[in-house]
Design a protein around this ligand. Structure first.
Ligand code: NDP
Length: 493
């Protein structure tokens, strides 16, 4: 059902309200085509442009050299930061002299060998999590959401069975049952952190390799460059599925954010067992990671409208980051708190109030801006239906949103948070990430890895996205940028 009131075209030249299905606005010339009986009208020009964008155009991430450095460098960096956190009180260690270089590497290697080697036990823990999440994805009741038209599938839309919320609630019940019955104490996650991290890396590489090889064997590869390592990193397939389960969407929510939340619960249990209480800082991380996974699960129907779903392929970059990078690096403040005396990161009451308030405000903008844009896109496509999940925040859906009608056919939202900046969701998400580091103050620099890394990811992602949109929308993009001038923060950048 289209949202009540209907959207408005806001080009200045025509601001009349429209009934999309009966009276679609045809962009540019009269050769425009209606696709999927929905509201979106793709012109011939738009289709040509989509085809071009679905072929390899430029080397991203520094090309084959850059992606090789990331495939090798990320796991090394993750081991190093975990060792510093767990064994050296969160301080960045380094060789003390030239003569100490080889012994330093030897010490690092010994930590990995002794505390991060995969074991049958940790293999069983991680694999069980994946198996349970996959099983829940197959069996739990879900909300059916139609995705965006996929140009490489001749503008067919795929249906997503959004049952992440039911699966998330079931996961909470299973985790509580396992912990309280003593069958599996959740503290085991923090206690076996290094080994679990290694298992996650092994799984990430196995799944990436399987997906790459099997997609090519089926001849379903898309946007390939011809360079094996680069294509392995970027991925070969766009929409991997097993039956009703979209693997890319499943992996984006059900592994990283669920595991991250379980790590924070594990850290809180560990702290309680060690000190007899949970610090406000640890409670903060439980709240922050809980809000994040809940947002992904309760708004899952908005995920098919995101860049990862409609553009990124399911390659090493996304798989590694979902299986390993997100859960085992975004949690550094939790790992620090689980291993260190709470006196090292105590704050005053006003500081705690400021910290919690910042998180909640940033979360509000993140949640409502994401839902404004996703629901706007669903409205334009004619697939929007009100779905009640907890919590629904004010201003999550826009009445009479204003937009720019592009010659391509798509529409660009310029109302709500999207009137102030072109990436309000990135700004809010980044502020959340900053609070995840700030919650231990200056006790260790390592938890600031997430906001620093995430800033680089978002700036790079924003650059890639804007470059793509510039090519896709041409002069309409320039017009959009002249109306919504700022990227992240109005008046500043
Ligand atoms: P974006 O908002 O960047 O989506 C980009 C796409 O949306 C564009 O390519 C364009 O697609 C469309 N678009 C852009 N502007 C408009 C507009 N004004 N009106 C209508 N459509 C528009 O979101 P992402 O998908 O990149 O990210 C989703 C969220 O995920 C973000 O909040 C991000 O912070 C978060 N994220 C978190 C990560 C983490 O590790 N914590 C990692 C990555 C993302 P089209 O070409 O179809 O018009």
């Amino acid at each position: 059902m289209p949202h009540d009131g209907g959207p408005e075209k806001a080009n200045g030249d025509d601001a009349s309200s429209i009934r999309q299905r009966k009276n679609p606005i045809l962009s540019g010339d009269s050769k425009a085509l209606i696709v999927n009986e929905g509201h979106i009208v793709f012109s011939e020009h738009g289709r040509k442009m989509d085809k071009k964008l679905d072929s390899h155009q430029t080397w991203e991430f520094g090309g084959p050299t850059g992606v090789t450095a990331m495939i090798v460098g990320f796991p090394i960096l993750m081991y190093y930061l975990w060792i510093c956190l767990w064994f050296y009180n969160g301080q960045l260690v380094h060789p003390k002299s030239i003569d100490d270089i080889m012994p330093f590497f030897d010490r690092m290697w010994q930590h990995i060998k002794q505390d991060a080697a995969p074991t049958p036990y940790t293999f069983a823990i991680y694999t069980s999590l994946m198996a349970i999440q996959l099983l829940l994805a197959f069996i739990m009741p879900g909300y059916k959401q139609e995705g965006l038209p996929v140009p490489s599938l001749n503008y067919k839309t795929l249906t997503y069975n959004c049952n992440a919320l039911a699966s998330w609630y079931a996961t909470l019940a299973i985790a509580a049952g396992l912990h309280l019955s003593g069958v599996f104490r959740l503290t085991e996650i923090i206690d076996n952190f290094g080994s679990l991290m290694t298992v996650s890396m092994i799984w990430a590489n196995v799944v990436s390799t399987y997906m790459y090889v099997s997609t090519i064997a089926r001849g379903e590869q898309l946007r390939m460059s011809g360079n094996t390592i680069y294509d392995f990193f970027m991925g070969a397939c766009l929409n991997p599925r097993i039956g009703s389960v979209d693997l890319k969407m499943w992996a984006e929510v059900r592994i990283p954010w669920v595991l991250l939340f379980l790590i924070s619960i594990s850290g809180a249990c560990k702290q309680y067992e060690t000190y007899g209480y949970i610090t406000p800082n640890m409670a903060f991380m439980v709240l922050a990671t809980g809000l994040y996974i809940n947002a992904c699960a309760k708004g899952e129907e908005c995920i098919p409208q995101t860049w990862d779903m409609f553009h990124e392929k399911w390659g090493w970059m996304i798989i590694f980051w979902n299986f390993s990078g997100v859960p085992f690096t975004y949690c550094y403040s939790i790992v620090y708190m689980a291993a260190n005396d709470p006196k090292k990161y105590e704050f005053s009451t006003p500081t705690y109030i400021a910290l919690y308030t910042t998180l909640l405000c940033a979360y509000y903008v993140f949640d409502s801006s994401m839902s404004q844009k996703s629901r706007f896109r669903m409205q334009m496509q004619g697939t929007y239906q009100y779905r009640w999940t907890f919590p629904q925040l004010p201003w999550g859906t826009l009445d009479n949103p204003q937009y720019i009608q592009t010659e391509h056919g798509n529409r660009l939202l310029i109302s709500g948070w999207w009137a102030f900046a072109r990436k309000p969701n990135y700004t809010a998400d980044w502020i959340q990430s900053l609070t995840w580091g700030l919650c231990i103050g200056a006790a260790s620099p390592i938890p600031y890895f997430y906001p620093l890394f995430f800033m680089a990811v978002l700036i790079h992602r924003c650059g890639r996205d804007f470059e793509r949109c510039e090519r896709k929308y041409g002069k309409d993009w320039d017009k959009y940028c002249s109306i919504v001038k700022w990227r992240f923060i109005p008046g500043i950048y």
